[in-house]
Design a protein around this ligand. Structure first.
Ligand code: F6P
Length: 320
C-alpha cells in the first residue's frame, strides 16, 4: 500500500504543524500518497475525516501553533471493538501505514493498531515533555518560552507592588515545564509533583528573601503539585505579605512555535516517513542530544521519565 496516514492526537502542541508539513513533503517526495486524518482517533472512528494532502496543502503552516489537522481526546479508543474498527477503516481506505503525532495516550492507541496489521510510527508531540526515551517532545520549548514571558511580566508587577505571586503552569503528572521555566525565570520556589512540597520550607525561603529586603517573589506551581489556591491560603497564614495567584492555563499551549520546535518537528516528521519506507513499525522518533533515534513504542510505558534532579537542585541554590 502506498498511502501513509498522518494524524495529531491528544493535546495540541506548537510545532505539530512543522511535523505534519514534513510528513507530507517527505512522504510525497518518497512516492507516497499522504492522507491526513482530522480530529485524531475520534475523527478516524467517525470514518469521514480523511483528506488527501498535497505539497500545497501544507503551505504556510510551519509558523502556526496548534494543528491544522485538528485534534481530540478519544477515550473510546481504549475499547477493543473501536480499535478493531479503526484498523478496518484504515485498511478500507488503503492506508497501511500511519504516523501519529501526540503524547503517551496517542502512542497507546498506535500500538493497538499495530497489533491489527497497520504499520505505525509515533512522533512525540506534547508540551509536557513527559515521554520516556526522548530528551524533548515537540512543543515543550515553545511552552517553556511562553511561561517565561509570563514570568517576566509577572515579575514587573510583583516588583512594583512588592507582592508574592504563585504561577500555576501545566503538568498534571510531572513538573518538566515548571522546572525548566522556573530555572530560566529565576523563580524563588518551584513546586512539582515529583518532589511534592513542604509549606514550611516554601515559607522559610520566602522569609529568607524578605529578610534581605526582597519583598517580591515568584513561585512556580505545576498543575499536579497541588491546589494552587490552597497553597496560597497555607502560605498566607504564615507570611504577612500580599499574595496573588495566576493560572496560565491553555495560553501556554498556543502560540508561534519556536525555531527549536519547528526544527524538531521537521526532523521527526521526515524520519517517521523514512522509518515506514524502510519497513519499520511500532517505533517512535526520540531526540537524544543532537540526534534523532528510533525507539520501540513499548519503551514509553516502562516507567516514567526520570526527572532532572540536578536541575532542580541547581534552581534551589540559584534562587536563594
Ligand atoms: O497533555 C498536555 C496538557 O496540556 C497537560 O499539561 C494538561 O494537564 C492537559 O493537557 C489539559 O488538557 P485539556 O486541554 O484536555 O484540558
Amino acid at each position: 500500500m502506498y498511502k501513509i496516514g498522518v494524524m495529531t492526537s491528544g493535546g495540541d502542541a506548537p510545532g505539530m504543524n512543522a511535523a505534519i508539513r514534513s510528513v507530507v513533503r517527505k512522504g510525497i517526495s518518497d512516492g507516497y500518497e499522504i492522507v491526513g486524518i482530522q480530529r485524531g482517533y475520534a475523527g478516524l472512528l467517525s470514518g469521514n475525516q480523511f483528506l488527501n494532502l498535497k505539497i500545497g496543502s501544507v503551505a504556510d503552516i510551519i509558523h502556526r501553533g496548534g494543528t491544522v489537522l485538528l485534534t481530540a481526546r478519544a477515550p473510546e479508543m481504549l475499547e477493543g471493538e473501536n480499535q478493531d474498527r479503526a484498523a478496518e477503516l484504515l485498511k478500507g481506505k488503503g492506508i497501511g501505514k500511519l504516523i501519529i503525532i501526540g503524547g503517551e495516550g496517542s502512542f497507546r492507541g498506535a500500538i493497538t493498531l499495530q497489533e491489527r496489521g497497520i504499520d505505525v510510527i509515533g512522533v512525540p508531540g506534547t508540551i509536557d515533555n513527559d515521554i520516556p526515551g526522548t530528551d524533548k517532545t515537540i512543543g515543550f520549548d515553545t511552552a517553556v518560552n511562553t511561561i517565561l514571558d509570563a514570568i517576566n511580566r509577572l515579575r514587573d508587577t510583583a516588583t512594583s507592588h512588592e507582592r508574592i505571586f504563585l504561577l500555576e503552569v501545566m503538568g498534571r503528572h510531572n513538573g518538566f515545564l515548571a522546572l525548566a521555566a522556573g530555572l530560566a525565570g529565576g523563580a524563588e520556589s518551584i513546586l512539582i509533583p515529583e518532589v511534592g512540597y513542604d509549606i514550611e520550607e516554601v515559607c522559610k525561603r520566602l522569609m529568607h528573601g524578605i529578610k534581605r529586603n526582597k519583598a517580591h517573589s515568584i513561585i512556580l506551581v505545576a498543575e499536579g503539585a497541588g491546589d494552587v489556591y490552597k497553597i496560597k491560603e497555607e502560605v498566607s497564614k504564615q507570611i504577612n505579605s500580599e499574595i496573588r495567584v495566576t493560572v496560565l492555563g491553555h495560553v501556554q499551549r498556543g502560540g508561534t512555535p519556536s525555531a527549536v520546535d519547528r526544527i524538531l518537528g521537521s526532523r521527526m516528521g521526515a524520519m517517521a516517513v523514512d522509518l515506514l519506507h524502510k519497513g519499520n513499525s511500532g517505533l517512535f522518533t526520540a531526540s537524544r542530544g543532537e540526534d534523532i533515534v528510533a525507539l520501540p513504542l513499548e519503551q514509553c510505558f516502562k516507567g516514567v521519565k526520570s526527572f532532572p534532579e540536578k536541575l532542580y537542585q541547581l534552581a534551589l541554590v540559584l534562587s536563594k
